[in-house]
Design a protein around this ligand. Sequence first.
Ligand code: ZN
Ligand code: ZN
Length: 343
Amino acid sequence: MLALRLYGKEDLRLEDVDVPKLEGDGAILRVRATGICATDIKAYTTGARTKVPITLGHEFAGEIVEASEKYQEYVGKRVVVNPNIFCGKCEYCLKGEHVLCPNRYAIGIDIDGSFAEYVIIPGQAFEVGGVLEIPGHLSYEEASLVEPLAACFRGQRKLMIGPGDIVAIIGAGPIGLMHLKLAKAFGAAKIIMSEIDERRLEAAVKLGADYVINSAKEDLEKRVMEITGGRGADAVIVAVGVGAAQKDALRIVSRGGRINFFAGLPAGKEEVPINTNIIHYKQITVLGTSMQTPYEFRKTLELVAAGVIDVKSLITHIFGLKEGLEAFSTVLRGEGLRVLIKP
Ligand SMILES: [Zn+2]
Ligand SMILES: [Zn+2]
């Protein structure tokens, strides 16, 4: 079968490899749609993975074609899988905060992923409720977007986005736009999006942002204060891995507001000098989230299935696996929103 495998920094190869064989408990999934995410791009640009070569890809949906005895009932089912495999037994898992599980590992990050025709789903994924059937009317393409959307869902729950909030989102890439859609569903009164790429600002307008700010051309703080009557945003989501954006968040948040540093910063750029007095005197909450628990994954699938969140409008490119390298370069060039591969 074909697979897109990472060998190291900027060394991604389309290869013919053996179809994986099931050893032990678990299942084999025929991948039908899989998205390229910033995490895959980061892996490509840094080559940093716990093992190489590795087949990348962790946002996917497909059908179970083979399973060990325990999971026979899944054979033939269309499913979407939480790529994060949790132990289910540690203190964090017991608390329902699986994302903190020290025993966690992930498909497409620590073990071979979905940029292939087939991928192994370890038994433990089933054990912690990470394998969910896709409702009949949802396409594989839509289902493959549940994973990143679920990470955003977690981010907004932790940020307690609620009815009437003024939400500012820094970064209007695919993740920023998912946050836009979710914040609307959570009842935000006004959504302000800031971005430096005009194409992405246009997408934000199309998808319903109330205000868009090109922060390369306009003074972000000044504009947010104008929009909010001098108060600032109740909640700020930093959906771009840039330290300056984290600093901006502190300036545009309201007193008593909340900030989520949703995007991680690139290696070597994690140290950001910030004015901690802003946190102290404005009495704000700064938090960070990443990944999603099995519960959040399930709830997000339900939101998409119910039509509350439309993810179709985020899919701009679909490639075959043969054009996998081209799909990657499309994302690297910053073109489009969600780029999918259909192996
Ligand atoms: Zn991802
Ligand atoms: Zn655990």
